[in-house]
Design a protein around this ligand. Sequence first.
Ligand code: MF3
Ligand code: CO
Ligand code: CO
Length: 253
Amino acid sequence: MIHIKTDDEVEIMRKSCQLAASVLLMIEPHIKAGVTTNYLNDICHEFILSKDAIPSPLNYKGFPKSICTSVNDEICHGIPSDRKIRNGDIVNLDITCYLNGFHGDTNKTFFVGSPRKKPAKLVSACGQAIRKGISVVKAGAHLGDIGASIQEYVEAQGYSIVREFCGHGIGRNFHEEPQVLHYGTYGQGVELKKNMVFTIEPMINEGKPDLRILSDNWTAVTMDGSLSAQFEHTILVTEDGYEVMTEIEGTSF
Ligand code: MF3
Ligand code: CO
Ligand code: CO
């Protein structure tokens, strides 16, 4: 069942979503060569608690940390550790906050040091891809329109789309219906209704789409070792379009 939010619930979700977005803004200056992913986790953890919220990933299905940190060939669900990030790495930080009974979910891929050419192209394509998906959202459109518009763009750039993970409805639950695929066919799938809230979070690989899960049972990495990038926003469906709930006015992401 897809939970359509009431206007009051939407107002509460704006708060959890804006908080998650503010964590990404807050952490950006800390993303420097030599810091560990644990260090980034701990800063985000303390920041979220200081805002009277809870980091949704912590203990979620046994996940041991408060954010996901996925570096280079890691697609998603990387577990913060003593690994030091290095100049030239790309690192995705996935932040989900639980505040006043509702979750807000967003992620972004950052460069460590100055961007190198190939990663910069991939990350920029992924940033374009999420915008393609968001742009078709409005009441009366279909979930397939989102997937198709992302797929069309990403494959034309010569990159591949990860199929094992998808966007998701979000609200009182971290993950709820519907599943939001990042590939598909225009006009197919569930029709979007006003006040549906879901994430769009394409993962794209420089090489093949195939993945494997590391022995930590969480970290998904590309099978061929190629780089992977991701961006995520929580999106509200409106009568004539959408609201990017995890976007902070006046910022670029
Ligand atoms: N935030 C991720 C998502 O976008 C889910 C992380 S689940 C966790 O859906 F357990 F790894 F935190
Ligand atoms: Co998500
Ligand atoms: Co997320």
